[in-house]
Design a protein around this ligand. Sequence first.
Ligand code: GDP
Length: 448
Amino acid sequence: STLTDRLSLLVKTMRGQARITESNVQDMLREVRMALLEADVALPVVRDFIARVKEKALGAEVVGSLSPGQALVGIVHKELAATMGEGVSDINLAAQPPAVILMAGLQGAGKTTTTAKLTKHLIEKRKKKVLTVSADVYRPAAIEQLKTVTAQAGGEWFASSPDQKPREIALAALDYAKKHYFDVLLVDTAGRLAIDEALMAEIKELHATLNPVETLFVVDAMQGQDAINTARAFKEALPLTGVILTKLDGDSRGGAALSVRQVTGAPIKFAGVSEKIDGLEVFDGERHAGRVLGMGDIVALVEEVSKGVDLAAAEKLAGKLKSGSGFDLNDFLAQISSMKKMGGLSSLMDKLPTQMAAKAGQADMDRAERDMKRMEGILNAMTAKERRQPALLMDGKSKASRKRRIAAGAGVQIQDVNRLLNQFDQMQGMMKKMSGGGLMKMMKKMGG
Ligand code: GDP
């Protein structure tokens, strides 16, 4: 279950409390801690983070309709986003050309792929002339791989071979880049399956030789708990200026981002989101915070929902249901309008936890939005009396001619009108089941 599910349980028990206090914060923090560990954030990083959140949260006022639980979610989310970095930090190229970018990381982290992705980014977005070179003298295949992907990216590749020393390759490439007026030189390096001293000595030497303006640590988001050890080793060896988190398109909750950020102190600049050459995105700490917590932008959702739900109308509806006068087509129309007020289905879906949102594809959303618009059109083509007395359309004597008139007015087929009436019929059944306060409870829950 997600953090939201678990917190909402606690939230219920704390409704009505106006502050976050020592006594009500403990249980909530335990849930946050579990969520972070489940997202594979390293334990020491979790401890630090929880301590910081606790300090910020204690005594915090609970504003508006939020409960202490929701307020805490907001604080956690904000702190997480701030820790992982807010705002955009693109590649720094402020150096005498060629600006050198050194790529560091374990084998398989995605260095070569990311080198090509950055090449494409720098050419297309920054209008730079880019040269790549591989200093991986242990795997001839790695040099060939860089050649292929650099060509795909539209960059130029500088040849190197396994019988050269990495330092020699670096100097030759740098010289070539200067002579041919390249703006940027990207240097891909050898990685091992695990940290070892020879590897670290080699990349340190490369760093000293090249004096890069960016030293980027490439790390696989799927590495989970281990990411912290890898990050620590690279941080000790090199003055890292940035991190690129790859394979964020996988299932991991991406907790590695928090660990790596904390250990290296360097900003996470980009995220790899596919194997393809255009699968690179500027890293967005805010969005990623939602993923780590497994809850999307739940705070914004809570706010949107309470804005969109017209509580007065909801009370009236609940009253009607209780008195047995029933749910009519006017209520149906009001519901559709209140969805629209909230920015429509897709905007709500954007704010849901990623796992939930993934289940409903964009195509489904588009179809649902179109259906909603059509339904609204049909409802508006009815007379007020018909909306108040749906029976006129369902079993009245003149139902056929009424439906024909409505279909013509809304520019749809009779079947569309029938479909809407069926849906309404089902909904009415559901509403009856929920009467007796059930609906109000549901609305209140959504509205906080
Ligand atoms: P290197 O050994 O560090 O140079 O790693 P490679 O660039 O060869 O990448 C290792 C594997 O990870 C390859 O199969 C890549 O296609 C894959 N890869 C790299 N970045 C990403 C990413 O962002 N998403 C996905 N799904 N795969 C990636």
